[in-house]
Ligand binder design. Structure first.
Ligand SMILES: C[C@H](O)[C@H](O)[C@H]1CNC2=NC(N)=NC(=O)C2=N1
Length: 95
């Protein structure tokens, strides 16, 4: 099973993901996305869904018209792990 990131590794990883915020209550990272319209937002979500299924690592997320909010944490580890960092990097690379 993958381990939760230590404080040091988390800080190092987040420094390289400036658009993601750490949520200490969940030990998760979050990012807000705003698109031109619903089609753009949902197209993005479809691409994230394919990544997530391939990685067997799924986001907690919500969508309202052109807005998408994503929260990443590793349920199996009870907090943030390298799997979340890798997923955040892969999501950023879609944009
Ligand atoms: C059985 C399956 O591998 C697990 O439930 C996977 C699926 N997707 C997951 N997604 C996330 N975000 N965290 C997990 O721990 C996780 N575990």
């Amino acid at each position: 099973m993958v381990a939760r990131l230590t404080d040091g590794l988390r800080a190092e990883s987040l420094a390289a993901l400036p658009d993601w915020q750490w949520d200490p209550a969940r030990d998760a990272i979050t990012r807000h996305f705003a698109f031109k319209d619903f089609n753009q937002a949902f197209g993005f979500m479809a691409r994230v869904a394919l990544l997530a299924e391939k990685a067997d690592h799924h986001p907690e997320w919500s969508n309202v018209w052109n807005k998408v909010d994503i929260l990443l944490t590793t349920h199996d580890a009870g907090g943030l792990s390298t799997r979340d960092i890798q997923m955040a990097q892969a999501i950023d690379a879609l944009l």
